[in-house]
Design a binder for this molecule. Structure first.
Ligand SMILES: [Zn+2]
Length: 236
Protein backbone atom coordinates (compact mmCIF):
# COMPACT_ATOMS: atom_id res chain seq x y z
CA UNK A 1 0.00 0.00 0.00
CA UNK A 2 1.40 3.42 -0.91
CA UNK A 3 1.76 6.31 1.51
CA UNK A 4 -1.23 8.29 0.21
CA UNK A 5 -3.53 5.28 0.62
CA UNK A 6 -2.13 4.59 4.11
CA UNK A 7 -2.83 8.21 5.12
CA UNK A 8 -6.43 7.80 3.96
CA UNK A 9 -6.77 4.49 5.82
CA UNK A 10 -5.47 5.95 9.11
CA UNK A 11 -8.04 8.79 8.83
CA UNK A 12 -10.76 6.22 8.11
CA UNK A 13 -9.82 4.13 11.15
CA UNK A 14 -9.73 7.36 13.20
CA UNK A 15 -13.34 8.02 12.23
CA UNK A 16 -14.30 4.46 13.25
CA UNK A 17 -12.51 4.79 16.61
CA UNK A 18 -14.30 8.08 17.34
CA UNK A 19 -17.70 6.80 16.14
CA UNK A 20 -17.45 3.78 18.46
CA UNK A 21 -16.53 6.05 21.38
CA UNK A 22 -13.14 4.44 21.80
CA UNK A 23 -11.49 7.88 22.05
CA UNK A 24 -13.01 11.02 23.60
CA UNK A 25 -11.76 14.50 22.72
CA UNK A 26 -8.18 14.21 21.47
CA UNK A 27 -7.61 10.73 22.90
CA UNK A 28 -5.96 7.88 21.04
CA UNK A 29 -3.37 7.51 18.32
CA UNK A 30 -2.77 5.38 15.24
CA UNK A 31 0.43 4.58 13.36
CA UNK A 32 1.65 2.48 10.44
CA UNK A 33 5.17 1.49 9.44
CA UNK A 34 5.97 2.84 5.96
CA UNK A 35 9.53 1.41 5.76
CA UNK A 36 11.84 -0.36 8.23
CA UNK A 37 12.70 2.98 9.87
CA UNK A 38 9.84 5.36 8.98
CA UNK A 39 6.49 5.39 10.76
CA UNK A 40 3.43 7.40 9.74
CA UNK A 41 1.42 8.54 12.80
CA UNK A 42 -1.34 10.77 14.07
CA UNK A 43 -0.38 14.15 15.59
CA UNK A 44 -1.06 15.36 19.12
CA UNK A 45 -4.12 17.48 20.00
CA UNK A 46 -6.42 16.40 17.20
CA UNK A 47 -9.75 14.58 17.34
CA UNK A 48 -9.31 11.20 15.65
CA UNK A 49 -12.77 11.49 14.08
CA UNK A 50 -11.93 14.54 11.95
CA UNK A 51 -8.38 14.09 10.64
CA UNK A 52 -7.26 14.90 7.09
CA UNK A 53 -4.42 12.97 5.38
CA UNK A 54 -2.14 16.07 5.54
CA UNK A 55 -2.53 16.25 9.35
CA UNK A 56 -0.41 13.09 9.80
CA UNK A 57 3.33 13.16 10.44
CA UNK A 58 6.28 10.78 10.11
CA UNK A 59 8.92 9.79 12.67
CA UNK A 60 11.91 7.45 12.70
CA UNK A 61 12.16 4.48 15.06
CA UNK A 62 13.94 6.68 17.64
CA UNK A 63 10.94 9.03 17.70
CA UNK A 64 12.56 11.93 15.78
CA UNK A 65 9.96 13.75 13.70
CA UNK A 66 10.77 13.63 9.98
CA UNK A 67 7.81 15.43 8.41
CA UNK A 68 4.45 17.04 9.10
CA UNK A 69 3.28 20.50 10.17
CA UNK A 70 1.67 19.20 13.37
CA UNK A 71 3.67 17.80 16.29
CA UNK A 72 3.71 14.03 16.63
CA UNK A 73 1.88 12.40 19.56
CA UNK A 74 3.92 11.90 22.76
CA UNK A 75 2.48 8.38 22.95
CA UNK A 76 4.40 7.43 19.79
CA UNK A 77 6.96 5.83 22.17
CA UNK A 78 4.39 3.13 22.88
CA UNK A 79 4.03 2.41 19.16
CA UNK A 80 7.80 2.38 18.58
CA UNK A 81 8.20 -0.16 21.38
CA UNK A 82 5.94 -2.48 19.35
CA UNK A 83 7.76 -1.89 16.04
CA UNK A 84 11.19 -2.43 17.60
CA UNK A 85 10.10 -5.64 19.33
CA UNK A 86 7.89 -7.28 16.71
CA UNK A 87 9.00 -7.19 13.06
CA UNK A 88 5.59 -8.57 11.97
CA UNK A 89 3.75 -5.53 13.39
CA UNK A 90 2.88 -3.09 10.60
CA UNK A 91 0.34 -0.94 12.45
CA UNK A 92 -0.51 0.06 16.04
CA UNK A 93 -3.73 1.48 17.51
CA UNK A 94 -3.93 3.02 20.99
CA UNK A 95 -7.22 4.26 22.45
CA UNK A 96 -9.48 4.14 25.51
CA UNK A 97 -12.36 1.74 24.67
CA UNK A 98 -14.61 1.88 27.75
CA UNK A 99 -15.32 -1.82 28.35
CA UNK A 100 -11.74 -3.03 27.95
CA UNK A 101 -10.42 -0.01 29.86
CA UNK A 102 -12.80 -0.88 32.72
CA UNK A 103 -10.73 -4.04 33.26
CA UNK A 104 -7.61 -1.84 33.39
CA UNK A 105 -9.19 0.45 35.99
CA UNK A 106 -10.35 -2.47 38.13
CA UNK A 107 -6.99 -4.23 37.53
CA UNK A 108 -8.83 -7.41 36.55
CA UNK A 109 -7.05 -9.66 34.03
CA UNK A 110 -9.01 -10.40 30.83
CA UNK A 111 -10.19 -14.02 31.23
CA UNK A 112 -9.56 -16.59 28.48
CA UNK A 113 -11.41 -19.73 27.39
CA UNK A 114 -14.85 -18.17 27.07
CA UNK A 115 -15.55 -16.79 23.54
CA UNK A 116 -14.38 -18.61 20.36
CA UNK A 117 -13.57 -15.47 18.30
CA UNK A 118 -11.31 -14.17 21.04
CA UNK A 119 -9.38 -17.46 21.27
CA UNK A 120 -8.92 -17.62 17.47
CA UNK A 121 -8.17 -13.96 16.64
CA UNK A 122 -6.91 -12.33 19.82
CA UNK A 123 -5.59 -14.87 22.31
CA UNK A 124 -4.68 -13.91 25.85
CA UNK A 125 -4.65 -10.14 26.44
CA UNK A 126 -2.16 -9.25 29.20
CA UNK A 127 -2.35 -6.19 31.43
CA UNK A 128 0.65 -3.84 31.61
CA UNK A 129 1.70 -1.96 34.74
CA UNK A 130 0.71 1.68 35.11
CA UNK A 131 3.12 4.48 34.19
CA UNK A 132 2.56 8.16 33.35
CA UNK A 133 1.24 8.36 29.76
CA UNK A 134 3.84 9.58 27.25
CA UNK A 135 6.83 8.86 29.51
CA UNK A 136 9.68 6.51 28.54
CA UNK A 137 8.67 4.14 31.38
CA UNK A 138 5.14 4.12 29.97
CA UNK A 139 6.34 2.59 26.69
CA UNK A 140 8.49 0.06 28.54
CA UNK A 141 5.48 -1.34 30.41
CA UNK A 142 4.37 -3.28 27.31
CA UNK A 143 7.83 -4.66 26.44
CA UNK A 144 7.27 -8.08 28.12
CA UNK A 145 4.24 -8.70 25.88
CA UNK A 146 5.44 -7.54 22.45
CA UNK A 147 5.99 -10.57 20.23
CA UNK A 148 3.63 -12.78 22.23
CA UNK A 149 0.34 -10.84 22.24
CA UNK A 150 -1.75 -8.80 19.78
CA UNK A 151 -3.34 -6.48 22.32
CA UNK A 152 -2.53 -5.24 25.82
CA UNK A 153 -4.68 -3.51 28.44
CA UNK A 154 -2.83 -0.55 29.99
CA UNK A 155 -3.60 -0.30 33.71
CA UNK A 156 -5.64 2.81 34.57
CA UNK A 157 -5.36 4.06 31.00
CA UNK A 158 -6.63 2.18 27.91
CA UNK A 159 -5.54 -0.38 25.35
CA UNK A 160 -2.94 -0.87 22.63
CA UNK A 161 -3.21 -3.38 19.79
CA UNK A 162 -1.18 -4.17 16.70
CA UNK A 163 -1.27 -6.26 13.57
CA UNK A 164 -0.15 -6.72 9.96
CA UNK A 165 -2.33 -3.81 8.69
CA UNK A 166 -4.06 -0.73 10.10
CA UNK A 167 -7.43 -2.44 9.90
CA UNK A 168 -6.20 -5.68 11.56
CA UNK A 169 -4.62 -3.66 14.37
CA UNK A 170 -7.94 -1.85 14.85
CA UNK A 171 -9.95 -5.08 14.70
CA UNK A 172 -7.99 -6.40 17.66
CA UNK A 173 -9.19 -3.41 19.71
CA UNK A 174 -12.76 -3.78 18.46
CA UNK A 175 -12.88 -7.54 19.19
CA UNK A 176 -11.37 -6.94 22.64
CA UNK A 177 -13.86 -4.23 23.61
CA UNK A 178 -16.84 -6.24 22.31
CA UNK A 179 -15.63 -9.22 24.36
CA UNK A 180 -15.21 -7.13 27.51
CA UNK A 181 -18.70 -5.73 27.03
CA UNK A 182 -20.12 -9.27 26.80
CA UNK A 183 -18.17 -10.30 29.91
CA UNK A 184 -19.57 -7.38 31.90
CA UNK A 185 -23.12 -8.09 30.71
CA UNK A 186 -22.94 -11.84 31.36
CA UNK A 187 -21.44 -11.19 34.80
CA UNK A 188 -24.68 -9.36 35.64
CA UNK A 189 -26.65 -12.50 34.76
CA UNK A 190 -24.58 -14.50 37.23
CA UNK A 191 -22.45 -17.45 36.27
CA UNK A 192 -20.10 -17.44 33.24
CA UNK A 193 -19.48 -20.90 31.77
CA UNK A 194 -15.97 -21.60 30.46
CA UNK A 195 -15.14 -23.78 27.48
CA UNK A 196 -13.35 -26.97 28.52
CA UNK A 197 -9.66 -27.53 27.80
CA UNK A 198 -10.30 -29.68 24.71
CA UNK A 199 -12.60 -27.03 23.25
CA UNK A 200 -10.06 -24.27 23.89
CA UNK A 201 -7.20 -26.28 22.32
CA UNK A 202 -9.34 -26.97 19.26
CA UNK A 203 -9.93 -23.22 18.83
CA UNK A 204 -6.24 -22.40 19.28
CA UNK A 205 -5.49 -24.98 16.58
CA UNK A 206 -7.64 -22.96 14.14
CA UNK A 207 -5.58 -19.80 14.55
CA UNK A 208 -3.15 -20.39 11.70
CA UNK A 209 -5.92 -20.96 9.15
CA UNK A 210 -7.33 -17.53 10.07
CA UNK A 211 -3.98 -15.76 9.78
CA UNK A 212 -3.37 -15.46 13.53
CA UNK A 213 0.10 -16.14 14.98
CA UNK A 214 0.60 -19.30 17.10
CA UNK A 215 -0.77 -18.89 20.63
CA UNK A 216 1.95 -18.94 23.33
CA UNK A 217 -0.45 -20.91 25.53
CA UNK A 218 0.02 -23.86 23.16
CA UNK A 219 3.60 -23.38 21.93
CA UNK A 220 5.02 -22.65 25.38
CA UNK A 221 2.67 -25.04 27.15
CA UNK A 222 1.39 -22.29 29.45
CA UNK A 223 -1.89 -22.37 31.37
CA UNK A 224 -4.93 -22.28 29.05
CA UNK A 225 -7.00 -20.23 31.45
CA UNK A 226 -6.12 -16.69 32.46
CA UNK A 227 -8.06 -15.37 35.47
CA UNK A 228 -9.92 -18.68 35.99
CA UNK A 229 -11.98 -17.18 38.83
CA UNK A 230 -13.88 -14.90 36.40
CA UNK A 231 -15.87 -17.82 34.97
CA UNK A 232 -15.66 -21.42 36.01
CA UNK A 233 -15.98 -24.95 34.74
CA UNK A 234 -14.93 -28.24 36.30
CA UNK A 235 -11.38 -27.88 34.90
CA UNK A 236 -10.53 -24.36 36.04
ZN1 LIG B 1 -3.92 7.15 25.95
Amino acid sequence: MDEAATREEICDIGRRIYARQFAAGNDGNISCRLTDNVVLCTPTLICKGFMQPDDLCTVDLDGNQLSGTRRCTSEIKLHLEVYRGDPTATAVVHCHPPHATAFGLARVEIPTGILPEVEVFLGAVPQADYATPGSAQFAETIRPFVGRASAVVLSNHGTVSWGPSVERAYWNTEVLDAYCRMLLLSRQLGHIERLNAEQVRELLGLRESFGSPPDPRLTRDGPLYVNPEFGRNDET
